[in-house]
Design a protein around this ligand. Sequence first.
Ligand SMILES: Nc1ncnc2c1ncn2[C@@H]1O[C@H](COP(=O)(O)OP(=O)(O)O)[C@@H](O)[C@H]1O
Ligand SMILES: [Mg+2]
Length: 337
Amino acid sequence: MDVQLAIRARGITKCFGDVVALDGIDLDVAQGQIHGLVGPNGAGKTTLLGLLLGLAVADSGSLEILGTPVGRALTAAEGVSGFVDGPGLYPWLTARQNLAALAALRGHDARTAGIDDVLHQVGLTDVADDRARGFSLGMRQRLGLAAALLTRPRLLVLDEPANGLDPAGKKHVHGVLSRLAEEGTTVVLSSHRMDDLEALCSEVTIVATGRVVFSGPLGKLAAENRELDYRLLTGDARAARRLAADTPGIQVVDDAGTRHDADMLVVRALVPALDALVVRLVRDGIALRELAPLVSPLEAAFLSLTEQQELAEQQELTEQQELTGQQELTEQQEAGL
Ligand SMILES: Nc1ncnc2c1ncn2[C@@H]1O[C@H](COP(=O)(O)OP(=O)(O)O)[C@@H](O)[C@H]1O
Ligand SMILES: [Mg+2]
């Protein structure tokens, strides 16, 4: 079974001084999968991706990449390519020259390295002979992806690859990644755009403060018994609202921050209660025209996590302040003040 895993991590920890960036991470990523890494700022995503790329080594735990245990050397495992914190490019070289330089560094002949092909794949053919220094963030990201593709990786690791991409750029990148996965390449990418992850990934791992809080297929996250806000458009908003207010397990949400629309009803509910409401609506002759979650299950999980984290941080701060206050008081008392 493990033979088919592109990544197998167990109990990975990584500290920077007092900061615990990764706190016992377990992660399984099957080969040929596009796996998304989600989490609030500072969750540890970049640190984890850096370990996969051999840019740093874990303090403890075990990591296997493409079936081979990762040692203590700061080097990318065979078959792994990608970047964190944006790709490294030579600003004064053109897109094509950047790729040729990389190919040369790896001892390949620039004429046969497939440079035109990867430029085409990421949609940079038209600017192939422009200098990278004039490139937008999205173009630099695409050039970085092209550089990673040149190595024909079996595991591609990308940190926020969709940053700065316009819709056309995104289409190229999504196309490239989907095609790679179909051909058996494993892709691990981080993103704070849930819609991107939902469009691309078969599985996601949610991390918060260096720990995995969820890892698995998106469908599993959706099936988790979580209350979501749903918008309903019916043939009779007034009657629907009355019925919703009268249905157990349904909370009518008025200040949902959505566009104000008298015909629209927003309810917060678990799926069984929502089902009951729909049945009642139809039975009462009220037509249901639209029913959709306001945010996706992934977005909801992410938002609730971020809120929890902010709450925990606030609590910690208050406790610290109280402690400091008590300490000062004790010191004053001891000093006989
Ligand atoms: N080189 C570093 N030196 C010190 N602290 C770091 C370093 N890299 C990351 N950290 C800290 O580790 C934690 C995780 O950071 P990071 O992996 O960049 O999170 P994310 O990519 O999810 O935003 C943060 O608290 C960050 O400040
Ligand atoms: Mg990061």
